[in-house]
Ligand binder design. Structure first.
Ligand code: B3K
Ligand code: ZN
Length: 844
């Protein structure tokens, strides 16, 4: 397969004035007739008329009305064309029913739907399928389906047809079409300039009752983008469609967002608090793309972080505003460390702006998205809120309608602030997580921090240059008072010292407040200092971080030398949990422990070979000790934080439930599941029901509830996904692979639905000790199923291969078995390009 390089970018030889598409829908034989007006692109040096096309049956093609015979090639066609504007027309036949890859036009439960990002439009018709070719689209859909949707504003419609006009030039990846017997949840929105917009969420009949929350989230997002970024919606209608079979979360097609039904449908009975928050965030994310992604798109796919990093950053700001800023920040950092740090420290490490790829779908990664958002957060911290707002205004003004680059993005900040951002740009160019080593000295009232940064080599990048790292810091006096409030140190050198004068006594530093940079801080610290920060830090993130570090150190000692649970940690965390002045959601987070993956990474980083079973054992021992020690407190918290009002998925109620359910987790380890059973029997919402089920499974008392749960929910596919996952997640490591195998034999298991596949095999990969079981059975089961899935759905297969990305951390036995599993996948004849690239990179 061919590698594509950023450095080889060339503009397309033609521009497009106008696109007209007619779809004659048929499940197996859909006809697509295109009429496209091209003109030579004055900016381009080459005039090679190559149109992408895959899995298309060309019926005929014409230029200016005269039939032509293009040369069909691998991945597209070539044709001789005039050296002036001309009209290209073509008719192709495609087979949506056979499209199990869920890319291009496909069918989901009898409904037509599309997914074109990144390069799926070429499976719909011949076209320059690249993001820098933008054009207004007119679409005519012919078919008997009740509802027929495409991008833009509705045009004429009648018996068996519907027309849509999208006036805003867009790249083909933002094209969408949906047709089926759908029902809508309608609403309206008045924009800041007083325009009236029709809003709809389209769903399968039966799902109408799960739309209200998503609709409120949409309106809140629209208002927020006006208030905070001054961005108004720009069409007469905004449609969201829920689809069951979808490779990812959702897609921001212009005016017609298509969602994985799990990311838009929500009701108290069927969705957890976490699901509600996710739905709200994803609706916001896709909506925000209208400006950051659609109006301003990417020149090429190397610039993906331009839209994704920025849009993730914006949706995080939105969630912070709607809910709790510290809770959102802490949750994001937990996720960043779990997913992105793992990626950045393994064989798949790549820069936020990659320099090459084989299959672009493999680069929709935590690095591009989440680290891409962190980079923007750092930029904002460095230039300040006001300059950030000005730079964004300039970005929208200067680049509206453009397919832009990271250079364009950075230039608006340079032009706004006069700053030179060439060093900052390394965040986009260098892969790997920087380590920042911190030492401090104190003498005669002067406190000095000595910082040293370094980034380990990553594939293809052996040497790294020093980056600009914003390090937010505050200093606390020994009595707990803050003597130096938060300020941002700008580290630009590999070694750098910062001096604080006039301190009456040696302060305790609170470093990297708010997690001001995505780095690994290395600092010798003791339990006493951590407990002090946990008790006194005014920065909620670092307060949480201190507790996390205490927990981690204690766990590492348990794993390494069989130490018992650390009393310093248990006492300190109990004090936090007890403190009713603290937000319950924060306390629930503070009661959490580092993940198995986190601990494995810490051990590996320190030169040890992590033993997944030992990690699991240590976590269990600590949780048991915590449960025993905090029995009284858990009982008190459980009672105190029961929510009496009717269920609402807001931050306040969710926080209370999170804390009460954390307490239930502790209680269940002591009472054998009695209280959990009671909660299960009385639950009137999914948050309570699922938390109780999870405790029952953990206590080994889940059998009856598992059956009851299935009977209650067998009609609801999204809830049944939870039923599949939870049984695997809660299985003991020794049983996880077997439970997975058994569930894959369940009549409701299917490989064709990515949600169900992820709920099952994905859950196995999240049962860390089970997946990395010393018998190798976890690796084997996953490899077997990935081999089966690849011919059906390469994208989802490739994505799930990342479960193997940490294989080199482990002992020889495990490494050998993982290598065998990877080689077995790689040896499949006809393995997809997606999976080949991923497994090759992981194998190293
Ligand atoms: N832009 C899409 C992701 C497309 C993934 C293609 N493999 C969703 C999002 O980030 O909003
Ligand atoms: Zn996005």
């Amino acid at each position: 397969p061919q590698t594509i390089y950023l450095k080889d970018y060339q503009p397309f030889g033609f521009e497009i004035d106008k696109v007209h598409l007619t779809f004659r829908l048929n499940p197996e034989k859909t006809r697509v007739i295109s009429r496209i007006v091209f003109r030579p692109n004055p900016e381009a040096e080459e005039r090679d008329f190559f149109l992408h096309g895959e899995e298309l049956d060309l019926i005929w093609a014409k230029i200016d009305g005269a039939e032509v015979t293009p040369i069909l090639e691998d991945g597209g066609l070539r044709c001789a064309v005039p050296e002036r504007a001309f009209t290209w027309e073509a008719e192709v036949e495609i087979n949506p029913e056979a499209n199990t890859a869920l890319e291009g036009l496909y069918m989901s439960n009898g409904m037509y739907c599309t997914q074109c990002e990144a390069e799926g439009f070429r499976k719909i018709t011949y076209y320059p399928d690249r993001p820098d070719v933008m054009a207004p689209f007119e679409v005519r859909i012919e078919g008997d389906e009740k509802v027929k949707l495409s991008n833009g504003n509705p045009g004429a419609s009648g018996d068996g047809f519907a027309e849509w006009h999208d006036p805003w030039p867009k790249p083909a990846y933002l094209f969408a079409l949906v047709a089926g017997d759908l029902v809508n949840h309608p609403d309206r929105f008045e924009t800041m300039s007083g325009r009236d917009v029709e809003l709809n969420i389209w769903v399968r009949p039966g799902d109408e009752g799960k739309c209200a929350f998503g609709m409120e989230a949409l309106k809140a997002s629209m208002r927020w983008d006006e208030d905070v970024y001054g961005r108004e919606y720009d069409l007469d209608i905004f449609n969201i469609v829920a689809v069951d079979d979808f490779n990812m979360g959702a897609m921001e097609n212009k005016g017609l967002n298509i969602f994985n039904s799990s990311c838009v449908l929500a009701s108290p009975e069927t969705s957890t608090d976490g699901n509600f928050e996710r739905v709200e965030a994803i609706i916001a994310h896709e909506y925000f793309h209208n400006w950051t992604g659609n109006r301003i798109t990417c020149r090429d796919w190397f610039q993906l972080c331009l839209k994704e990093g920025l849009t993730v950053f914006r949706d995080a700001q939105f969630t912070s505003d709607m809910r709790s800023e510290p809770v959102k920040r802490i949750s994001d950092v937990i996720a960043l460390r779990a997913r992105q740090f793992c990626e950045d420290n393994g064989p798949l490490a790549h820069p936020v702006r990659p320099e090459s790829f084989v299959e672009i779908n493999n680069f929709y990664t935590a690095t591009v998205y989440e680290k891409g958002a962190e980079v923007i957060g750092m930029l904002k911290t460095l230039v300040g809120d006001e300059a950030y707002a000005k730079a964004l205004d300039l970005y929208f003004e200067r680049h509206d309608g453009d397919a832009a680059t990271i250079e364009d993005w950075l230039r608006v900040f340079e032009d706004t602030t006069g700053r030179d951002l060439s060093q900052f740009k390394r965040w986009y160019e260098q892969a790997g997580t920087p380590r920042v080593k911190v030492r401090d000295t104190y003498k005669d009232g002067t406190f000095t921090l000595h910082l040293e940064q370094s980034t380990p080599p990553t594939p293809g990048q052996d040497v790294k240059d020093a980056r600009v790292i914003p390090i937010a810091i505050g200093l606390l006096a020994p009595n707990g008072n803050e003597v130096v409030p938060t300020q941002v140190l700008e580290m630009t050198q590999a070694n750098q010292s910062f001096v604080f004068e006039g301190l009456a006594s040696r302060p305790v530093p609170s470093i990297l407040r708010g997690f001001s940079a995505p780095v690994i801080l290395e600092r010798e610290s003791d339990n006493a200092e951590r407990a002090f920060l946990l008790a006194h830090d005014t920065d909620p993130f670092n307060k949480w971080e201190a507790g996390r570090a205490l927990a981690r150190d204690g766990l590492l000692a348990m794993i390494r030398n069989g130490a018992g649970p650390d009393d310093a940690y248990l006492d300190a965390i109990e004090a936090v949990a007890r403190d009713d002045n603290l937000d319950p959601a924060f306390r629930a987070l503070a009661l959490g422990l580092p993940s198995q993956e986190d601990l494995a990474q810490s051990l590996y980083e320190a030169g040890d070979t992590p033993d997944p079973q030992a990690i699991w054992d240590a976590l269990e021992t600590l949780k048991q000790a915590q449960a025993q020690k905090m029995q009284d407190l858990a009982t008190r918290l459980y009672a105190q934080y029961q929510v009496d009002e009717p269920y609402a998925p807001n931050a306040e109620q969710s926080g209370a439930r999170a804390l009460a359910n954390a307490a239930l987790g502790m209680i269940s380890r002591v009472d054998g599941g009695a209280l959990a059973q009671k909660q299960y029997d009385n639950a009137d919402n999914m948050t309570q029901q699922l938390a109780a089920l999870s405790c029952l499974l953990k206590a080994g008392k889940g059998a009856a509830a598992v059956t009851a749960f299935y009977d209650q929910w067998k009609h609801d596919r999204l809830v049944i996904d939870k039923w599949f996952s939870l049984q695997i997640l809660q299985a003991d490591p020794d049983d996880a692979a077997e439970v997975t195998q058994i569930l894959t034999n369940h009549p409701d298991f299917t490989m064709k639905n990515p949600n169900r596949f992820r709920a099952t095999l994905g859950a196995l990969t999240m049962n860390t000790a089970g997946f990395h079981h010393v018998s190798g059975v976890g690796y084997g089961v996953l490899a077997d199923w990935l081999i089966k899935l690849d011919p059906i759905n390469p994208q989802t297969t490739a994505r799930m291969c990342t479960a193997f990305e940490t294989w080199k951390r482990y002992d020889e036995t495990r490494q050998e078995m993982a290598a065998r599993a990877l080689d077995r996948i790689l040896a499949q004849p006809e393995l997809s390009r997606d999976t080949t690239e991923m497994v090759t990179r992981i194998r190293g």
